[in-house]
Design a protein around this ligand. Structure first.
Ligand SMILES: N[C@H](CCC[C@H](N)C(=O)O)C(=O)O
Length: 298
C-alpha cells in the first residue's frame, strides 16, 4: 500500500515585506513605519501580530509617519497601541518621531510641526540629540477626559475592586488618571492598573499613573498604559502627573520625572500654558516585517 501525500502549498503573502525602524524613548518601545511615500493600511489584527513579543517584532506602540495633511504642518503622526487601538498622542513616540524623520532625511528642520488625531504638537531637535516637545495644553474637566463625574474637582473618589481610590484626571490629547502613592515600588500597578484602565467611568478607557512625590521638583512614576499594560516610560503620563501634582499644590513648575526606564524633564507654567517635555530618543535597529503566509486555499 503506497501512502499518498497531498501537499497543499501555503500561498505567498499578500503584501511585500515592510521596512521598519525599532526605536525607544526610555524603554517605551516602538516600531516606526514610513508612510510618507505610499500609504500603509493596517488592520488591528495586523498590528497585534506585529506587536507580539514572540511571534512578531514586539513593541508598546506602532508609529506611522505620514505626509503633512496641510501646508502648515510638516508630517502626520498616527499612533497604535499593541492591542491595535489607534490613539491620540504618544509623548515618547513624538521624540522618536523627530529622530526618525531626521535619520531618514525626510526633513532637515530642527522645529517640526506634527499633526496627530488630537491636534498639532511641535518638536525641537536639540544639539545634544535630546528632543523637546511642546505637548500642548492639558485639559482637566471631566467631559474633556472623558470621565464620568457629577462636577469638576481636583481629586475624585472612585470605587474600584473592593476599595475606593482618590485620583486626578488629565487629558494630554489622551486620557490619564493619576494616583498618589507612598512608594511606586509597592504600588498595586498590576492589579489596580487594569481595573482602572477599563473602569466604566472612563468610557474611552484610560492610562493610569502611580506617582510618588519625592520633592516639589522630583517624582517617581509608573504607568499602566491603556491598550498596552505597564511600560518602562510614558511621556504623556509624565506630563499628566506633573499637571495633576501642580494643581494639587504638591509640585512646582519644573519637575524631573523618574520613570523605570529613566528621567524626563517636564515643565508646566500653570493654567493656560502648554506642557513641555524633554528627553532622549534611541534608534535600535532597522528591520523588514514579513507578512504571514496565507493559509492553504480551502
Ligand atoms: N497608551 C497610550 C498611548 C501611548 C502613550 C505613551 N507611550 C507616551 O509616551 O505618551 C494611550 O492609549 O493613550
Amino acid at each position: 500500500m503506497t501512502a499518498t501525500h497531498t501537499t497543499t502549498s501555503r500561498r505567498p503573502p499578500l503584501h511585500p515585506p515592510l521596512p521598519f525602524t525599532k526605536m525607544h524613548g526610555l524603554g517605551n518601545d516602538f516600531m516606526v513605519l514610513d508612510a510618507t511615500r505610499q500609504p500603509i493600511a493596517l488592520r488591528p489584527e495586523d498590528i497585534r501580530a506585529m506587536a507580539d513579543r514572540h511571534f512578531g517584532v514586539g513593541f508598546d506602540q506602532l508609529l506611522v509617519v505620514e505626509p503633512g495633511p496641510s501646508a502648515d504642518v510638516d508630517f502626520g503622526y498616527r499612533i497604535f497601541n499593541a492591542d491595535g487601538s489607534e490613539v491620540e498622542q504618544c509623548g515618547n513616540g513624538a521624540r522618536c518621531f523627530a529622530r526618525f524623520v531626521h535619520d531618514q532625511r525626510l526633513t532637515d528642520k530642527r522645529r517640526i510641526r506634527v499633526q496627530t488625531c488630537a491636534g498639532t504638537i511641535v518638536l525641537h531637535v536639540t544639539d545634544t540629540g535630546n528632543v523637546q516637545v511642546d505637548m500642548g495644553m492639558p485639559r482637566c474637566s471631566p467631559q474633556e477626559i472623558p470621565f464620568t463625574a457629577p462636577a469638576p474637582a481636583l481629586l475624585y473618589p472612585v470605587a474600584v475592586g473592593d476599595k475606593t481610590v482618590e485620583l486626578a484626571v488629565v487629558n494630554m490629547g489622551n486620557p490619564h488618571a493619576v494616583l498618589r502613592v507612598a512608594d511606586v515600588d509597592s504600588a498595586p500597578v498590576a492589579t489596580l492598573g487594569p481595573l482602572l484602565e477599563s473602569h466604566p467611568r472612563f468610557p474611552a478607557r484610560v492610562n493610569v499613573g502611580f506617582m510618588q512625590v519625592l520633592a516639589p521638583d522630583r517624582i517617581r512614576l509608573r504607568v499602566y498604559e491603556r491598550g498596552t499594560g505597564e511600560t518602562l516610560a510614558c511621556g504623556t503620563g509624565a506630563c499628566a502627573a506633573v499637571v495633576a501634582g501642580q494643581r494639587l499644590g504638591w509640585l512646582g513648575r519644573q519637575v524631573t520625572v523618574l520613570l523605570p526606564g529613566g528621567p524626563l524633564q517636564i515643565d508646566w507654567q500653570g493654567e493656560g500654558h502648554n506642557v513641555h517635555m524633554q528627553g532622549p530618543a534611541t534608534r535600535v535597529y532597522e528591520g523588514l516585517w514579513h507578512w504571514p503566509e496565507m493559509p492553504p486555499a480551502m
